[in-house]
Design a protein around this ligand. Structure first.
Ligand code: PEP
Ligand code: MG
Length: 608
């Protein structure tokens, strides 16, 4: 939750436009919109040889087609906006589409390639600038209309250049303090670059509730609304906005009533935070004396102070992807040792579960995608070389990670460092990983490293239906389970967790997902093997009774969710939870399950 720090520009009051989206990170932000479509001014003029003209024209044609597709997609999505907003936005998108047809911009750019022998991006930039200059110099009293047309040319030129140069949409270096960041899309790697002390809120057109961008934003405690169709058209840089990350709405040009409500909510959140902070030192213990372990997930080291503040009992999931993001080379063993040591030391003897690289799907990393060590994830990356599959194909990557973690264990992390394997489907993958693990340990011992007699436990993420249904077989190879409900829901329901168009079908409370959680938990409990939940379900206090009732006692979640989950635990009785879970597991309709869960949660709120 952040407050507005700069004053809105004085302009005629415009009517409020409320753009709904998916509520992904709690809190309210009041601030000025900062759109991240930066001017592309750093295109260096590129000349080409006469025999490259056809290739450049083809590149331009591809970028035009792709840009049309992007705008077409935006257009189909504004249907859910209020009518006035649609009336304002649709003509703008049509104008953009027209400019991507046989327009002066495209004809001119083609001619510049042909005659001026310049690269496609140079041609677009120069043509767009010339057209803008002509428009702005026109003798017309409607200065606002001229400026609007000039901006349209600039925007479409930028889109084309971004698509031609594969330039990321934005830079996050100089974000104005207290801004509400608005973008078409934000990748997890982009989110990792955000400074939560400068950004009051984030809203994007794309994205789903449990995609990694959403997870990052929750981890950073930045209120966020994703999947807000039409927002980039409705909100312009400098507009005042209220972002409600709990209700999932962004109100551009908020009315006095909306502003007043937002300010009340800000005050209520501050009050709740003070109340929750008092729980920090209290145990996560149910009313009948059952201890529950609440740990934190860590995406980026910047979260370490938040984790300490939340009173987490260690880190249940250290996603190591951050080490590989926003760079074009790979982190070597020493760099990894340094990073893990920082975390282990900060946790002062509390357990730290380090998951080896889960590359693939939406978690794209330059060095692996097309940089120093490219891996082809296949045409369907979520089902291709993701997680452990990729690491077993490229064991040198796994060896470096294992070696780094083992060195950290040898240097004092012994007894509280654990290793975790992502995206497992068959026991054989775990066996192969363990062979590599033991080989690396032997090599380190030969090198003189004083490794502990018993190596740190090697656990398995249960995040595919295959792993969940074969949990009893996989349990024989694993030292512990961490149930990843995010991917488990995605793969069970065949719903991309970060795809906005199917987000209504993404439902971890679907009975199929719950049955898999139950099956895997019971397999682990039968073998007295440690089992935790580290997907986003773990951080939702409404689901705490159900998960406790299924027999789970360890949860790992984003640090900001931890106090609320602790509050729920302290108001619950395990017997009640078990009865409640039995009732839920008899249901077949997700809507009915949601109803039951909400009803039970209401009871806890009253007791807490
Ligand atoms: C999960 O899939 O639930 C999980 C915790 O892993 P990630 O979100 O990193 O894919
Ligand atoms: Mg996962």
């Amino acid at each position: 939750m952040k407050t507005e720090t700069t004053k809105a520009k004085t302009k005629a009051k415009q009517p409020e436009v409320a753009v709904p989206g998916i509520a992904v990170s709690h809190g309210v932000a009041v601030g000025l919109v900062y759109d991240t479509t930066e001017p592309v001014t750093d295109v260096t003029r590129r000349t080409i040889a006469a025999d490259a003209v056809d290739d450049e024209k083809q590149k331009l044609a591809v970028a035009v087609a792709f840009s049309r597709k992007q705008i077409g997609k935006l257009k189909t999505r504004i249907g859910i906006l209020p009518e006035e907003a649609q009336e304002e936005i649709a003509p703008l998108l049509d104008a953009h589409l027209m400019m991507l047809g046989n327009s002066r911009l495209i004809r001119g750019a083609r001619k510049r390639i042909e005659v001026g022998l310049v690269g496609a991006e140079t041609a677009v930039l120069e043509e767009a600038e010339e057209i803008r200059a002509v428009i702005l110099a026109a003798r017309d009293d409607d200065k606002a209309g001229l400026a609007r047309r000039a901006n349209e040319i600039r925007d479409i030129g930028r889109r084309l250049i971004r698509n031609l140069t594969a330039t990321p949409f934005r830079s996050f270096k100089d974000l104005p303090e207290g801004c509400i960041l608005v973008a078409e899309e934000l990748t997890p790697a982009d989110a990792a670059l955000l400074d939560p002390s400068r950004v009051a809120g984030v809203a994007t057109e794309e994205g789903g509730s449990d995609g990694h961008t959403a997870i990052m934003l929750r981890a950073l405690g930045i209120p966020a609304v994703l999947g807000a169709h039409g927002l980039t058209e409705a909100a312009q840089r400098g507009d005042q906005a209220v972002l409600d990350g709990t209700a999932g709405v962004v109100s551009v040009h908020p009315s006095a009533a909306t502003l007043a409500m937002a300010k009340d909510r800000l005050a209520a959140f501050a009050k709740e935070r003070t109340k929750l902070s008092k729980l920090r030192r209290l145990p996560a213990e149910t009313t009948d004396g059952e201890m529950v372990e609440l740990q934190a997930n860590l995406e980026i080291p910047q979260e370490l102070p938040l984790i300490a503040q939340a009173g987490a009992m260690g880190i249940g999931l250290l996603r190591t992807e951050f080490l590989f993001m926003n760079r074009e080379d790979l982190p070597d063993e020493d760099a990894q040792v340094e990073a893990y040591t920082q975390v282990v030391e900060a946790m002062e003897g509390q357990p730290v579960t380090i998951r080896v690289l889960d590359w693939g799907g939406e978690k794209d990393m330059e060095a692996l995608a097309d940089g120093v060590a490219p891996v082809h994830a296949g045409s369907n990356p979520a089902l291709g070389l993701r997680g452990l599959r990729m690491l077993l194909k490229r064991p040198e990557l796994l060896e470096v990670q294992f070696a780094a973690v083992l060195r950290v264990a040898a240097a004092g992390g012994d007894g509280h460092v654990r290793l975790l394997l992502p995206m497992v489907t068959v026991p054989e993958e775990v066996r192969q990983a363990r062979e590599i693990y033991e080989r690396v340990a032997r090599r380190l011992r030969r090198r003189g490293e004083k490794l502990p007699e018993k190596l740190p436990p090697l656990g398995v993420m249960i995040e595919t239906p295959g792993a969940a249904l074969a949990a009893d077989a996989i349990a024989l190879e694993a030292d512990f389970f961490a149930i990843g409900t995010n991917d488990l829901a995605m793969y069970t329901l065949a719903v991309d967790r970060s795809e906005v168009d199917v987000s209504h079908l993404y439902d971890p409370l679907h009975p199929a997902v719950l049955r898999l959680v139950q099956f895997a938990t019971e397999a682990a409990l039968r073998l007295r093997m440690p089992v935790s939940v580290c997907g986003e379900m773990a951080g939702n206090p409404q689901l705490t009774p159900l998960l406790l009732g299924l027999g789970l006692r360890t949860f790992s979640m984003n640090a900001s969710a931890l106090p609320r989950v602790k509050q729920a635990v302290r108001a619950l009785d395990i017997g009640d939870c078990a009865r409640f879970a039995r009732r839920v597991m008899e249901q077949s309709d997700p809507a009915r399950i949601r109803e039951l869960v909400a009803g039970f949660a209401e009871g806890i709120t009253e007791r807490a």
